[in-house]
Design a protein around this ligand. Sequence first.
Ligand SMILES: [Zn+2]
Ligand SMILES: [Zn+2]
Length: 166
Amino acid sequence: MLWIVLGVLSWSFFEYFVHRVGYHKRTNSRKLQWFLDAFHLHHHKNLKDYRVLNAGFLLMYPLTIIILVVIYLLTNSIVLTVGFGLGKTFYYLFYEYVHYQIHKKIHKKGYLNLFQKYHLYHHYKNWNVNFGNTITIWDKVFNTYDDRYKKLILTKNQIEDLILKK
Ligand SMILES: [Zn+2]
Ligand SMILES: [Zn+2]
């Protein structure tokens, strides 16, 4: 059970870390930069392109497998490794669901409303804060938390960007 929780926490950190250090990183290598920008900055600029809304399955599966192998080598226990993997996968799917909902329509209350503002503040106001998509804790820990998202008011165009086009 503890390991399922650890798996959940690990993804929530991973989500923060990949978004902040991976997707928003500036590098001197043009090829690497192109690769990094290819989907995340594309997502930033093209909110209506729902093909790039997920975190990148091609990136996530290999990374997850590597992490699970490391955990197995460290713990030598299939039970712990599977528990961790389940927690991580569960939270990953939850993240994808939340991010999709955030960009799909306006949420008026509750958790999705909170994180809609939180994430859209990151999109529209400041790319250097509020990297978490489902949890604020890592932004607070690493000092990238900006609570002005609470007062975010969307323009008409920005609201139109949120309506899913079929
Ligand atoms: Zn987004
Ligand atoms: Zn971003």
